[in-house]
Ligand binder design. Structure first.
Ligand SMILES: CC(C)(COP(=O)(O)OP(=O)(O)OC[C@H]1O[C@@H](n2cnc3c(N)ncnc32)[C@H](O)[C@@H]1OP(=O)(O)O)[C@@H](O)C(=O)NCCC(=O)NCCS
Length: 324
């Protein structure tokens, strides 16, 4: 038993912040941001919350699957920017959409969070414990980004994406390969302190503000080395070659990272769709946001072979191969 995605949904805040807007607030330029990252704009939440974006993405995913909120048996929300510690975001989403029959909890694996949540849903469903799940990635990273720090504020954006997954026992369909890993010893490369621990001593994490701090170059090197390796392992499990994959849906951190990964895999960039020009890096929301866009525009058809891969703070990384 494995899972197949039967519906997708997404939500973006109304407000858009372009590179030209950022030129007015920090020492940067549209040309620098585009050349180094590929990002042109990002959505920034004002009225919207992580929970409201996640709930809207879930409603759409249910409707796209032809399911009702009451059908959902499990809700997994991946996020690293929830506004509340308690209750968890997934319980708030459960209440907002009226999914009264679901068990709900959060997963935080930063930008690999959605992928980890999807693989968790797969494990639950494969065990027979649940028959379906809503898997969500939702972030309001603008709240944990120092908007005066040009090294981070140009990268991150807000949004949410969700999928509704169901048990699948059709041979050769659904999840065909799954890899995940973590390298906690390198946590200091990308970190953000919880606001209420601003005064606590912690030698490993010296920054005392509640904002993202990143060694960009280290993250870049980690991604271009680790992601092709773990995609290779997932392909091996699936018994597929890199060129047999129709679409590679990667975490949308930086176009140069995506290009470097494509090159290492020996696959043309036309198989690596991207939306980071319009939404920036939305962490755990990035993969399901892009999945929803591709699904709604008819670019993913039944039978399509996909690779999903995410990486981020932790450090965490993972990949899966699935047949839609
Ligand atoms: C962040 C990143 C775009 C920086 O690109 P880079 O080519 O490595 O650039 P550098 O950090 O070497 O900085 C080059 C110069 O640009 C400057 N710079 C940094 N941010 C800038 C900005 N927004 N605008 C203009 N200049 C900037 C730096 O201060 C540096 O100046 P210096 O040479 O005078 O010291 C790149 O490292 C990256 O994408 N890393 C991965 C980050 C990521 O994806 N994180 C999320 C993972 S989930």
């Amino acid at each position: 038993m494995t899972i197949r995605i039967s519906g997708t949904g997404s939500a973006l805040p109304e407000m858009i912040r372009t590179n030209f807007d950022l030129e007015k607030t920090v020492d940067t330029s549209d040309a620098w941001i585009r050349e180094r990252t590929g990002i042109g704009q990002r959505h920034i939440a004002r009225e919207e919350t992580v929970a409201s974006l996640a709930a809207e993405a879930c409603r759409q995913a249910l409707s796209s699957a032809g399911a009702e909120a009451g059908d959902a048996e499990l809700i997994l929300v991946a996020s690293c920017s929830a506004e509340m510690l308690l209750p968890c975001l997934a319980c708030r989403v459960q209440s907002d959409i009226g999914a009264v029959n679901a068990a709900a909890f959060d997963i935080n694996a930063a930008c690999a969070g959605f992928l980890f949540a999807l693989q968790t849903a797969n494990a639950y469903i494969a065990s027979g414990m649940y028959r379906n799940a809503l898997v969500v990635g939702a972030e309001v990273l603008s709240r944990i980004t120092d908007q005066s720090d040009r090294s981070t504020c140009v990268l991150f954006g807000d949004g949410a994406g969700a999928v509704f997954v169901q048990a699948c026992d059709e041979p050769g369909m659904g999840m065909l390969g799954m890899v995940q890993g973590s390298d906690g010893g390198r946590g200091a490369v990308l970190q953000c302190r919880a606001g209420h621990y601003a005064d606590a001593d912690n030698e490993a994490f010296p920054f005392r503000d509640p904002y993202i701090h990143m060694e960009g170059g280290e993250v870049y090197k980690f991604a271009v080395r680790t992601v092709p390796e773990c995609i290779g392992q997932a392909l091996l499990q699936a018994g597929l070659e890199a060129e047999e994959i129709d679409l590679y849906i990667l975490h949308q951190a930086n176009i140069r990272i995506i290009e470097a990964i494509a090159k290492r895999l020996g696959v043309g960039m036309e198989r690596f769709p991207h939306d980071l020009e319009r939404v920036g890096n939305t962490s755990s929301a990035a993969i399901p946001l892009l999945l929803d866009e591709l699904h709604k525009s008819g670019k993913i058809q039944r039978g399509a072979k996909l690779v999903l891969s995410g990486f981020g703070a932790g450090l965490t990384y993972g990949a899966c191969v699935m047949r839609w």
